[in-house]
Ligand binder design. Structure first.
Ligand code: DSN
Length: 414
């Protein structure tokens, strides 16, 4: 980055500092990852210079001879990898992707139904402060108070009562698998479209480490930068019957020119995800999360739903007498990065909730395995117990840094 260093040393220094931070810390935010050098190179390529409103072969600008080929290849890779009839690879990120689906399939004021945000859903699944809860009438299902898992009978009852036009599945903080088949059946029973937002678990689905959503859904949205390990972007996969509406909603409905550097990098990530090594990666993410969960349970942590089936763990810290924000901040000082998070039926407010959320996609990308996960869980236990003890946190940080040096960070030191 010599040119950057010369032109803008201030930004250069901050990028280098973030790079060191990503090398030296254990990154447990479940929506983050490390992309490969190849994905980074495509993201930082000259494709950022282009404008190409429209779709391959149907652009509003000349000069698309290479861009058309790139977008065609990437969409074909997306269809092949996910077994989808149609793929739109232009959404800027997950929120615009979901917005595009609603724009395509709903009229303003129509009802949509999704998992409540404090129960693990997402803002764009119709939460009141999101555009999706302002322009559409949103109703929400929750997890069961006892099992802290989705109660499919309750989902069916709510769908029959509210008659949503679209049912959204998918989550950002749900540690269990989704039964997409049942969701599809419920959607058909009430005449709703089914949208599966698989942003968090796309990589697991590709690897066969989570059941597939495409066969049961009308539309599937996914970001490309989480378990899928691509650049920051998104895709919409759908049945042919709704493809034209989806494409029109993305452009010209919602967006202008696609970010071609991102499209190309998504293509690289999809190629990487089609390999046997990626399949193994997806399964290792889950093995690692289960090992970390087991060790946390052994140290008296209360895990939402009692454990995990996927890439993430949600800890309710109430019994540890530490609030989520304080625990997350102490962990960061100890070199372990996670986020504070609401837990189902949380009596506390979203800005200072009772839980923390952990995930294993990034550490698994570094090649860490179950032994390291158990060690990380023990550090978490120590850091939470000594959240006010700076000497203890500094000692843990030293040990974390030592372990991190043994595992190259993809895209940075590997
Ligand atoms: N912000 C993402 C996450 O952390 O889960 C979801 O959009």
């Amino acid at each position: 980055m010599d040119a950057l260093k010369q032109t803008d040393p201030e930004i250069y220094d901050l990028i280098r500092a973030e790079e060191r931070y990503e090398i030296e810390s254990v990154r447990l935010i479940p929506s983050e990852n490390y992309v490969s050098r190849a994905v980074l190179e495509a993201t930082g390529s000259i494709l950022t210079n282009k404008y190409s409103e429209g779709y391959s072969g149907r652009r509003y600008y000349e000069g698309q001879r290479y861009i058309d080929q790139i977008e065609t290849i990437v969409a074909a890779r997306a269809r092949a990898l996910f077994g989808a009839a149609h793929a739109n690879v232009q959404p800027y990120s997950g929120s615009p992707a979901n917005l595009a689906v609603y724009l395509a399939l709903l009229k303003p004021g129509d009802t949509l139904m999704g998992l409540a945000l404090p129960h693990g859903g997402h803002l764009t699944h119709g939460w009141a402060v999101s555009a999706t809860g302002i322009f559409w009438r949103a109703v929400h299902y929750q997890v069961d108070r006892e099992s802290q898992r989705i109660d499919y009978d309750a989902v069916r009852d709510l769908a029959k009562k509210e008659r949503p036009k679209i049912i959204v599945t998918g989550a950002t903080a749900y540690p269990r698998q989704f039964d997409f088949k049942i969701f599809g059946e419920i959607a058909r029973e009430v005449g709703a479209f089914m949208l599966a937002d698989i942003s968090h678990i796309a990589g697991l689905i590709v690897a066969g480490a989570h059941p597939d959503a495409v066969p049961y859904s009308d539309v599937v949205t996914t970001t490309t930068h989480k378990t899928l390990r691509g650049p920051r972007g998104a895709m919409i996969l759908c049945r042919n019957e709704v493809a034209e509406k989806i494409d029109k909603a993305v452009f010209p409905g919602l967006q202008g020119g696609p970010h071609n550097h991102t499209t190309a990098a998504i293509g690289v990530a999809l190629k990487e995800a089609a390999t046997p090594a990626f399949k193994e990666y997806g399964h290792q993410i889950v093995r690692n999360a289960k090992a970390m969960a087991e060790e946390l349970l052994a140290h008296g942590f209360n895990l939402v739903s009692g454990g995990t089936d996927n890439h993430l763990i949600l800890i309710d810290l109430t019994n540890k007498k530490v609030i989520g924000k304080k625990a997350a901040q102490a962990l960061d000082r100890a070199g372990i990065v996670c986020n504070y998070n609401t837990v189902p039926y949380d009596p506390r407010k979203p800005f200072s909730p009772s839980g923390v959320r952990l995930g294993t996609p990034a550490v698994t990308s570094r090649g860490m395995g179950v032994g390291e996960m158990r060690q990380i869980a023990r550090w978490i236990d120590e850091a939470v117990a000594h959240a006010d003890d700076e000497a203890a946190l500094a000692r843990i940080k030293g040990e974390v840094g030592e372990m991190c040096r043994r595992f190259p960070a993809p895209g940075i030191t590997a």
